[in-house]
Ligand binder design. Structure first.
Ligand SMILES: [Cu+2]
Length: 81
């Protein structure tokens, strides 16, 4: 049986988009499900189509997973209303 992969929720501001590197950087708030304080960091974006309408400076809600090899990968991202 496959174990469900836990999804984490974050909110923050986009500070950089690295298209060749398929990464996005946020200044994000605390992420309780991981015990993280707010910080500025990059997340991997395996599906760059998710960033179609996203630009630096946007305030966003995002979802991500931690992969078995320890990468943090964005699975969903939306601009805040
Ligand atoms: Cu972080």
């Amino acid at each position: 049986m496959l174990a469900a992969t836990q999804s984490h929720h974050g909110e923050g501001t986009v500070t950089a988009i690295d298209k060749p590197g398929k990464r996005i950087e946020f200044k994000h708030g605390p992420i309780k499900s991981l015990g993280w304080m707010g910080m500025k960091m990059f997340f991997d974006v395996d599906d760059m189509d998710l960033l179609e309408d996203i630009k630096v400076g946007d305030k966003v809600d995002f979802e991500f997973i931690k992969t078995k090899d320890g990468r943090f990968v964005i699975t969903d991202i939306e601009k805040q209303g």
